[in-house]
Write a protein of this length. Structure first.
Ligand SMILES: [Zn+2]
Length: 132
């Protein structure tokens, strides 16, 4: 078994149209594509990075993936999800703040400004794929 890491793959995620089924379908296509290019017999594990602001619920993601991957070499593959905290930067004072838990607010914790920029937290990446 070994891991293949293409450059991290960003899954196309359009505002307001994202839902688990279409996202998991994109993931499966990317995974199968890379697995085939590497002559894999089986996909064991898929490592994902999901931002806290992403709408994806990991349990659902696994269920949909199981459903979609039936009869492919990715059948039975485990999804391993690493969560990315929400990180904001204040455009007024420049303060950057990372919310480790899901307790973010969209005002600056330092100066109270609502002029903020989202730096991290909406990611949805495949970081690596383990195959054999
Ligand atoms: Zn501020």
């Amino acid at each position: 078994m070994y891991a293949i890491c293409p450059t991290p793959v960003a899954v196309n995620q359009k505002e307001n149209t994202v839902h688990e089924l279409s996202v998991m379908s994109s993931i499966l296509n990317i995974v199968l594509d890379h697995a085939n290019k590497n002559n894999a017999d089986k996909v064991i594990k898929i490592n994902l990075k999901i931002g806290h602001l992403s709408d994806i619920i990991p349990e659902w993601a696994q269920n949909y993936f199981d459903m979609l991957s039936k009869d492919t070499i990715a059948d039975g593959a485990e999804l391993s999800v690493e969560h990315v905290p929400v990180k904001l930067r204040c455009l007024s004072c420049g303060h950057e703040h990372t919310f480790e838990k899901k307790d973010w607010s969209f005002t600056c914790v330092k100066c109270g400004s609502s002029e903020i920029e989202l730096l991290e937290g909406r990611e949805f990446f495949i970081t690596s794929i383990e195959i054999m």
